[in-house]
Design a binder for this molecule. Structure first.
Ligand code: ATP
Ligand code: MG
Length: 372
């Protein structure tokens, strides 16, 4: 199932690349054949975003036309891939087809000799060679020496679906990336507060979702108008508890959409102690309103560690654009860092008159953008 999911993801990704490819699974590997001209760099870059790929080996294969021809082909391969010959190498042959006349050790030695004859400036190092030349004898003969790291993880879609609370910040796109890396499909929800948050702030979140979608595949982004709920909380609750109460409503609404769309959990970009609303006490208060599990993959990360990942996945530049977000608009000067649940419950009662209706309207006016 995992292999088939990976083949499917690879095919899907390659559709966006120039060139035609045939993808097949064999011997516990996935082979991607270029059946037309293609853009090497673009193709490798695209495959490096497919979760489940451990490594990418650019490979050539030749028909078995005897050992002499193989030797010529290997010499040519080295010339094409390594213009500078001042390198050490080792041949690592594997004879998967047992009727080949030479065994692996013999192939290693014979090919080593052929290479040294062709390039006397090269040397053999069997312990730490610069070039590990793999030669695999199968139906055809496969030659490769490079292993480009893939992103690792599991193919998306093998692990159910979760709802990401996606803001315009640095953390939440990284959180979504990390959960998707484990094979989980992602949908997202963004709380928008017009006119306090601008169209550009919304576009920024769409752009972030687009970047994350390069790894996760299409994301259904729910854009919830949060303005009236926020204003109502501002009006009825103590301002030092505003952020916590607001976060609780975000979680409630996100969970509602998550359950309607068959998501098995929520994802946030929270990390302990990063801001007042992310102390252990605050996290307990926001967590309390959810029945679905809340995944917080960044919980033990320092900001710098999160920034490193956001740079790697190319969300950082967008995340730091200076548009306002709805968490900062109504923020109190001295927000509580240790919210008392009893007070929070009591103050939420101040909202009894209108909040259900406001939440319903917010859900009814959910704008769904499919980001891919
Ligand atoms: P981020 O960098 O992800 O914005 P943050 O450090 O700004 O996080 P908070 O503003 O406390 O932290 O938000 C904590 C988490 O709550 C975010 O990581 C995100 O998952 C969610 N969140 C916050 N604001 C929004 C929003 N406007 N829409 C959707 N989710 C949000
Ligand atoms: Mg934020």
């Amino acid at each position: 199932m995992f292999e088939d999911a990976l083949v499917k993801q690879i095919r899907h990704t390659l559709k966006k690349c120039d060139g035609e490819f045939a993808v097949r699974k064999s011997d516990g590997r996935i082979y991607v054949d270029a059946v037309s001209d293609f853009d090497y760099d673009e193709t490798v870059a695209a495959l490096q975003k497919v979760f489940g790929i451990a490594g990418i080996c650019p490979m050539v294969y030749v028909e078995d036309e005897g050992f002499e021809r193989l030797g010529e082909r290997v010499v040519r391969y080295i010339d094409e891939v390594y213009p500078d010959k001042h390198k050490s190498f080792k041949v690592a042959a594997r004879r998967a087809r047992k009727n080949y006349p030479l065994n692996s050790m013999e192939i290693n030695m014979e090919l080593g000799g052929v290479i040294l004859d062709a390039y006397p400036e090269m040397s053999v190092d069997v312990h730490k060679p610069d070039i590990m030349l793999h030669v695999e004898i199968r139906d055809k003969i496969y030659i490769y020496s490079e292993i480009i790291p893939g992103p690792g993880g599991m193919p998306v879609g093998t692990g159910g679906k979760a709802m990401l609370l996606l803001s315009g910040g640095i953390d939440s796109p990284v959180a979504g990336y990390m959960i998707a890396k484990r094979g989980v499909k992602i949908d997202a929800v963004y709380f928008h507060a017009p006119p306090y948050t601008s169209e550009r702030a919304k576009q920024k979140v769409i752009d972030l979702a687009k970047q994350v979608a390069k790894y996760t595949g299409p994301i259904y982004l729910h854009i919830i108008n949060f303005t009236d709920i926020q204003l109502y909380i501002y009006d009825k609750c103590p301002h030092d508890e505003l952020t916590i109460i607001m976060r609780r409503y975000m979680m409630r609404i996100a969970e509602h959409i998550a359950k309607e769309t068959e998501c098995l959990g929520l994802i946030t970009g929270e990390s302990i102690g990063q801001v007042a609303s992310q102390t252990m006490q605050s996290l307990m208060a926001t967590n309390e309103v959810c029945t679905l599990p809340v995944y917080r993959p960044l919980i033990g990360f320092d900001k710098m560690e999160i920034v490193d990942i956001s740079e790697k996945i190319d969300t950082y530049e967008t995340s730091i654009l200076p548009y306002e977000d709805c968490c900062t608009i109504f923020v109190a000067k001295h927000p509580v860092t240790k919210p008392n649940l009893k007070f929070i419950h009591k103050h939420e009662e101040n909202l009894a008159e209108k909040i259900d209706e406001l939440v319903k309207t917010a859900l009814d006016t959910d704008e769904v953008v499919v980001v891919s």
